[in-house]
Design a protein around this ligand. Structure first.
Ligand code: ZN
Length: 325
């Protein structure tokens, strides 16, 4: 274990207990705290870097790690479950950065399900980055695109920049989010957007369930963000937020529907990996694949309420969506 740390967002050292949670992998009980100054929720103290790294071995990718929803042994079933998620992300890209020539970087690409969907949709300039060497090889083979092994903060892209950086369920794992977001800013071309999904600590689900919030996995999920804390992170590193009010009604509708699809897809694939009551509930809800149910799921988890970041101003994004779309 590491010693206690100050807040990664504001440097504050005073925090209150958010909840405690037993780690599935280590059997240790962890403290999850909320910074008194800025409200960031994080695991403190947390596993050391070496202990943390050891979590991401082959077992992690095969459903035996700290997060049982990651199971890439059943690659085909996994892909089906993740396809709806990938198409949702692509729908957002298509309205915010139109054109098949946009440069997409998928950070933490796992087994490459998203990159494969991207390539099949006709995008020709996408690539991936995956923390684990095991995952990098697997995803490159699966998606048929270049995948670097390593972490974003230390990765060398030799001056290359991107129109879209995507990070699906990644930022909660990162040990230094401030450094991560700073690197995102450096790698985004002017007008480039940062898309991601992560748990929303301010979501209804998190607030009602407390320690039973399924997203809590304190060995590997180190940070639990909210719209407010993410907004502050983005401002700190010089990224603006895409302001929904500047986008046309049609674009807003596409994004909202995509967020609903993504939330529904994630619930479905987490449900597939859980043999307990939670899995049964998730699978039952996931089977109701109709728009009102997807909207309800999305509202409860609150992921779609997290802001999209842009390297430029939101007005640029709106203009681009209008002129090219
Ligand atoms: Zn803070």
């Amino acid at each position: 274990m590491e010693p206690e740390r100050p807040c990664n967002l504001c440097g504050g050292t005073r925090h209150s207990l958010f909840t405690t949670k037993l780690g599935r992998h280590t059997g240790q009980r962890f403290r999850v705290v909320r910074c008194d100054a800025c409200g960031l929720v994080f695991v403190n103290p947390r596993l050391s870097e070496a202990e943390n790294q050891a979590l991401y071995d082959a077992d992690y990718f095969n459903g035996k790690g700290f997060d049982s929803s990651i199971n890439y042994v059943m690659l085909e079933e996994e892909e089906r479950a993740r396809r709806e998620e990938s198409l949702g992300i692509l729908a957002k890209i298509a309205v915010l950065k139109p054109g098949l020539d946009v440069r997409i970087l998928d950070v933490g690409c796992g087994t490459g399900c998203f990159l494969k969907t991207v390539r099949e949709a006709g995008y020709v300039r996408s690539q991936g980055l995956e923390f684990s060497t095991y995952g990098a090889e697997l995803s490159s083979k699966n998606a048929g695109v270049r995948v670097r092994a390593g972490d974003l903060v230390s990765a060398d892209f030799e001056g290359e920049t991107f129109d879209v950086i995507n990070a699906t369920e990644v930022i909660e794992h990162v040990r230094d989010p401030m450094a991560f977001f700073r690197k995102v800013k450096a790698l985004l071309a002017p007008g480039g957007i940062f898309l991601y999904t992560t748990g929303n600590a301010d979501g209804l689900y998190a607030r009602v369930l407390g320690t039973h919030w399924p997203y809590l996995a304190p060995e590997g999920h180190l940070f639990y963000f909210s719209a407010r804390t993410l907004g502050r992170y983005f401002a700190e590193v010089g990224l603006a937020l895409v302001d929904a009010d500047t986008l046309g009604q049609q674009t807003r509708r596409v994004i909202a529907r995509a967020d609903d699809d993504i939330a529904h897809a994630q619930l479905t694939y987490v449900g597939k990996s859980d043999r307990g009551l939670k899995g049964l509930i998730f699978r039952s809800v996931g089977a109701l694949s109709v728009a009102p149910m997807k909207r309800l799921v999305s509202l409860v988890v609150g992921k779609g309420r997290l802001p999209i970041a842009i390297n430029g101003s939101s007005v640029d994004a709106a203009r681009e969506a209008r002129t090219r779309g």
